[in-house]
Design a protein. Structure first.
Length: 302
C-alpha cells in the first residue's frame, strides 16, 4: 500500500471503528497483500487496489454486484485525474432498471388510417374529395435510441420507413397543370363515362421522432406512453388512378419534401396505439391546396 492508500485508510478508520462497535459481526477489514486493502462497512464491500502509480476504489453490494460509477477520482503519478461516466443505451443498464425492462418502446410494424384535414389540428376533410376509409399507411421501424433521464423517463428516438396513400373520390383526380396542383374532375381519355376504381396520392417517408417517454414495469411487461415531434422526409410521390390498370397522372404534386409532425403513443407489452398530426402542410400551399395529414393506428413490437 502506498502512502495515499494508507492515508485514505487512516481517514476512514474512525468510521470503521464506530461501525464495528455497533455491529462487529458485519463490518470487517482485511489486507489482501502489501498493496491492496478490502473492508466491509454497512453491508457493502470497499476494495482499494493499486496498479503501478494508480489507486482505484470499487464498491460492491453484499450479493457481490459492483455499483456503477458516476464519478471517479484517481491518483496517477502524482496527479489527480477525474473520470465521468455517461449513461448510454449501448452500455448494460445496472443502475436504473432490470435488463429486461427497456426505455424506448417503438413498434417494429405499424398500420394506420389517415385523413387529409385543412389545418394542423383539424379532423375534417370536407371539400377535399377524399375517401378516408381507403386512406392508410404502413411501415417498419429499423432501429431505436434511448437517453435515460431516470428510472421511468427517457428521451427516445427511432428511424422508420412508411408507405402512405391518400385516396380520393373516383370522380376526381389530383393533377398539376401549369405548375398549379389541384383536384380536378376525371376525364376519360377515350371520351366515355367510365370512372376509375381508385384515385389516390401515394408517397414514401423516412421518419425520425424525438419523444419524451415514460415507462414502468407492471406484471411481466412494460406500460408506456410517449409524446413529441417528428421530422419526416418524403420521396417518390405520385398521383395515380386505376382504370383497368394503374395509370400515373403526375409525379409533380408540389409536395413539401420535409414535414414536421406531433406524435403520441401509448401501449402495454407488444401492443400500442398511436396518433400523429402534421404541423406543416403536405403540399406547398403557394401552388397547391393546404392539406395536413392526421393518422391514428396500431403498432406491434417485435
Amino acid at each position: 500500500m502506498n502512502i495515499k492508500s494508507f492515508a485514505l485508510a487512516l481517514a476512514i478508520m474512525p468510521a470503521i471503528a464506530l461501525a464495528q462497535d455497533n455491529n462487529s459481526a458485519q463490518d470487517t477489514i482485511s489486507n489482501k497483500n502489501g498493496r491492496d486493502t478490502t473492508f466491509v462497512f454497512n453491508k457493502q464491500k470497499y476494495e482499494i487496489s493499486q496498479t503501478g502509480e494508480r489507486t482505484n476504489i470499487k464498491v460492491y453490494k453484499d450479493n457481490g454486484t459492483e455499483l456503477k460509477k458516476t464519478l471517479e477520482t484517481q491518483y496517477l503519478d502524482g496527479q489527480e485525474v477525474e473520470q465521468v461516466y455517461i449513461t448510454s443505451p449501448f452500455i448494460p443498464r445496472k443502475s436504473y432498471k432490470r435488463k429486461s425492462q427497456q426505455y424506448s418502446h417503438y413498434p417494429g410494424l405499424f398500420f394506420g388510417a389517415n385523413i387529409l384535414a385543412g389545418s394542423a389540428f383539424g379532423a375534417s376533410s370536407a371539400g377535399i374529395y377524399t375517401r378516408d376509409g381507403k386512406s392508410m399507411e404502413w411501415g417498419i421501424n429499423g432501429c431505436s435510441f434511448e437517453f435515460p433521464l431516470n428510472s421511468s423517463w427517457a428521451i427516445t428516438s427511432a428511424m422508420s420507413v412508411a408507405f402512405i396513400s391518400h385516396h380520393f373520390q373516383t370522380s376526381y383526380v389530383l393533377n398539376t397543370v401549369d405548375g398549379i396542383t389541384s383536384m380536378q374532375p376525371f376525364k376519360s381519355e377515350e371520351g366515355d363515362d367510365k370512372r376509375p376504381s381508385k384515385s389516390y396520392l401515394s408517397y414514401w417517408t423516412l421518419r425520425v421522432p424525438i419523444m419524451l417517454e415514460w415507462s414502468n414495469r407492471i406484471g411481466g411487461d412494460d406500460v408506456y406512453a410517449a409524446f413529441g415531434p417528428s421530422i419526416e422526409f418524403r420521396f417518390n410521390e405520385r398521383s395515380r388512378y386505376k382504370l383497368g390498370k394503374r395509370h400515373t397522372l403526375t409525379r409533380d404534386v408540389n409536395m413539401n419534401p420535409v414535414g414536421i409532425n406531433l406524435e403520441a403513443r401509448v401501449g402495454y407489452g407488444f401492443f400500442m396505439l398511436y396518433a400523429r398530426t402534421a404541423l406543416t402542410p403536405l403540399l406547398r400551399t403557394k401552388y397547391a391546396p393546404e392539406w395536413h395529414p392526421f393518422t391514428v393506428g396500431i403498432g406491434f413490437r417485435l
